[in-house]
Design a binder for this molecule. Sequence first.
Ligand SMILES: C[S@@+](CC[C@H](N)C(=O)[O-])C[C@H]1O[C@@H](n2cnc3c(N)ncnc32)[C@H](O)[C@@H]1O
Length: 329
Amino acid sequence: MTSPTPQWLPWRTAMQQALYGPGGFFLRERPAGHFRTSVHVSRLYAEAVAELLCRVDSALGHPGELVFTDMAAGGGELCAGVLDALPPGVAARVRPYAVDLSPRPAGLDPRITWAAETPRNVRGLLFANEWLDNVPLDVAEADEDGAVRYVEVRTSDGAERLGAEVDSADAQWLRRWWPALSPGERAEIGRPRDEAWAAAAASLADGLAVAVDYCHVLAERPPYGTLTGYRAGRQVPPVPDGTCDLTAHVAADSLPGGVRVAQRDALRALGLTAARPPLALATTSPADYVRALSAASEAAALISPTTLGTFTWSLTPTPSLAPLAGTLS
Ligand SMILES: C[S@@+](CC[C@H](N)C(=O)[O-])C[C@H]1O[C@@H](n2cnc3c(N)ncnc32)[C@H](O)[C@@H]1O
């Protein structure tokens, strides 16, 4: 847990402390204990990412060492699932990394290197599922005179007040990506996410970086922001006291170098289908029919037009991987 002494802090500092400071939420807790991501919904997700890794491998000309980086790995479930799903010829050349700030989970596949930072200057695929929404960011609000100020939050109970006017770097980001706030309207300043994503993508000497998240773009910014909390499967008020996840949607269009694709389209392009199995299978092989039906319903959840299917895949390829990125939309 974080310090019991209540403090007024700008949101970015409060989030940083609550999630990643000493005893912070994500240093103690595994995501799967509090919310479900696509990774937890179905092994089909890892199979689709394994298929993408195979395509990256082909585009890179089957290098002797192919790096797969599960960025912000949580419990490392995606990395383990991808390893299980790879054909042996690719698995033999893969160097799997699970990158997270939390300690290595007990029982994780020993082939996986657990690290706090991305491996650098490597060739392969970096995949970051629901990372950027947890990168701490500042919240700004227009006061009654229209001046845009940082929102400060009290760490003990989430009470808020307005602080100083935003600095010039944040003002510049807001002008470009979240402009024209009316008094009382809020913006979540995505600059730290843009910087984090640029640094992660730059860890690849050659390859493809993919960030997947719930997102919005300029034409549809939410007027009062999206910051919220999750604890033990429930949405809760965002109090930065270290007891809950704190998350805000990602401004996908401000991320550098990205081609944006809806998750439902990317997964379909990677071969995922939610088609019902033929009814005849129920007679000839009932067990196979039940298995296929269950896989179809898991696939439907991953490509759902109201939930996970609407997530955005932001694809940042090095130049040689740009054609592959184009095939996913
Ligand atoms: C929402 S969870 C996603 C976990 C996993 N990718 C999944 O889909 O289940 C976000 C994770 O990002 C990790 N994280 C946040 N910032 C990070 C950073 N700078 N480096 C590595 N991991 C980070 C947190 O520790 C947390 O485990």
